[in-house]
Design a binder for this molecule. Structure first.
Ligand SMILES: *Cc1c(COP(=O)(O)O)cnc(C)c1O
Length: 324
């Protein structure tokens, strides 16, 4: 549990920390889509961020804010996904030792990528061991600082820099659509949008089968759900954190959901029309716009494409028509 709720000032500080380190990712548009929807859509392409996802922003900002003593001891994170690579690369750039706790059956490609950034990988058996316990043991033994994937003020502030860049570049928006897992990206985006485009309605978009945040918003308290099944593997969190819940509850316009089939259609659109690889989770916001989950006509819309990491076999399998 963290008590400090970050503000837009923290996003501004993070953007200075990340200047010249994170990529200022491009904003792309599609004339075809704009014509089809009768709207103006701006895609902020974090699939082109370092490590292939926005998580580098939060990871690097969090590690930069450690004290000299904490840096010396090193950091630990549990993740088999983009957060692992974000912490590993940030640690390498800052000369900090990183240990990543991963399930023993995590895809080899993810393990290799994490090792490639110079991190140590500690494996655990997801059927017999609890990853939090494994991590706590490492912290007790080595004095590591835990870098959480979303519920941390510096992580939230770092993630908010993507939307700050988008709004600095395209100006005021009517709507902003953001992929939503544990809510770090959405929380940071809300802080940036609130400050730079206060009339913008910000939507979080979850997989339909993993709509814990939607339920939490309705019930006014953090709802925990069983591990969901969806191709959006970066948004399979079972609950928001105390910080992300507070920021989302305070500032979000609404939370929408999309199906796996809608995610696949969005992935296909990006491949065919925009020549971009966007991972399933990265398409959450876009799928809600493309399928007009709420009417979009006449609106200036920002969409955060959060990442592009999907192994080729999965990608090809999802995009191939059933008959080939
Ligand atoms: C982690 C991740 C998300 C979800 O971010 P949260 O901060 O957990 O809400 C969305 N898309 C991608 C590509 C991710 O890696």
């Amino acid at each position: 549990m963290h008590a400090y709720l970050p503000t837009y000032d923290d996003v501004l500080r993070a953007s200075q920390v990340l200047h010249g380190v994170a990529h200022r990712t491009p904003v792309f548009t599609s004339h075809t889509l704009n014509t089809q929807l009768g709207a103006q859509v701006f895609f902020k392409c974090e699939n082109f961020q370092r490590i292939g996802a926005f998580k580098f922003r939060g990871g690097y900002n969090a590690l930069s804010n450690l004290t000299p003593a904490q840096r010396k001891a090193g950091v630990v994170a549990f993740s088999s996904g983009n957060h692992a690579q974000a912490v590993a690369l940030a640690a390498q750039l800052l000369g900090i030792k990183a240990t990543i706790v991963m399930p023993h059956d995590a895809p080899a490609i993810k393990k290799t990528a994490t090792l490639g950034y110079g991190a140590q990988v500690v494996e655990y058996d997801r059927y017999t061991q609890d990853r939090e316990q494994v991590t706590q043991q490492l912290i007790k033994q080595h004095g590591f600082s835990l870098i959480p994937p979303f519920n941390h003020p510096d992580v939230i502030a770092g993630q908010g820099t993507a939307v700050k860049e988008l709004l600095d570049e395209v100006g005021q928006l009517d709507r902003l659509y953001v992929p939503l897992g544990g809510g770090g990206l959405l929380s940071g985006s809300l802080l940036a949008a609130q400050a730079l485009s206060p009339d913008c309605a910000v939507y979080g978009v979850e997989p339909e089968s993993g709509n814990d945040a939607q339920q939490s918003l309705l019930q006014g308290k953090i709802v925990q759900i069983p591990a969901p099944h969806s191709i959006a593997d970066g948004a399979l969190t079972t609950a928001l954190g105390n910080l992300t819940f507070q920021l989302i509850q305070r500032h979000v316009h609404d939370i929408l959901t999309v199906t796996d089939a809608q995610l696949v259609q969005a992935m296909r659109f990006f491949a065919e029309r925009m020549k971009m690889v966007v991972e399933p989770t990265g398409c959450l916001g876009a799928a809600a716009v493309i399928h007009s989950i709420v009417p979009v006509q006449g609106q200036r819309i920002g969409v955060l494409l959060s990442g592009g990491n999907v192994d080729l076999k999965t990608y090809a399998g999802l995009l191939a028509p059933a008959d080939c």
